[in-house]
Design a protein. Sequence first.
Length: 235
Amino acid sequence: MILPRRKLLRLAAPALILPHRRANAQGGMMPGPGTPHTAAACPGGSTFALIASTHIAGNSGGTTPAIDTTCANLLITVMTTSSSGVAPTDSRGNTWTLLPDYGSPNSYICYSTPTSVGSGHTFTISNGFSAMQVTAWSGAASSSPFDVQTGNFSPTAGPLTPSQNNSLLITGFSTSGSGIPSVSGGFTISSYDQASAGVYFGSASAYLIQTTAVSATATWSIPTGAGCSMAAFKP
């Protein structure tokens, strides 16, 4: 007796579902929500990108909330203090360079080419009546990123022209006056602290990423007791 031939059923292999990832502005891929940056996911090339920012203000200074500085190769602080010459410190032990201060209260910019970055990164200022704005950047020159600086004992800094295209310009502002600051010249405010009378001075930081090196001037909106600085950094 010949038995009927059985049909051989083939089961399709289950589809492989890849985790969703978001494209960044440069066409690469950024980690999905809740995923920390890795070296492979860092913004590439020599274009500046803001990785993170934080700030602190207090009668005797203080320590910022923690940020994740993974991918950053340039750290910048804008500091407003009752006296100049006091560098910030950070929880990863990086070395800081102070630039000249302007105004009264003092407004000055510090920067670091960090040897250590990552999650839980905090920054501390130890000076009277002080405030500090911090930004972390990728895309800076790997050595000697600082280019040029200017400043004034007024709410205006500039004009300043970077030596290279695609430069990062940072302007810092100090004031004893009250109010929420604004700034002209195409700059974007990253953070600020309004002055608190008898406790700490007002402080603000703003940035501009140029594609072509041209003259830049920043004017802040609060004229009282103002000082203003600006520095350019090379890609």
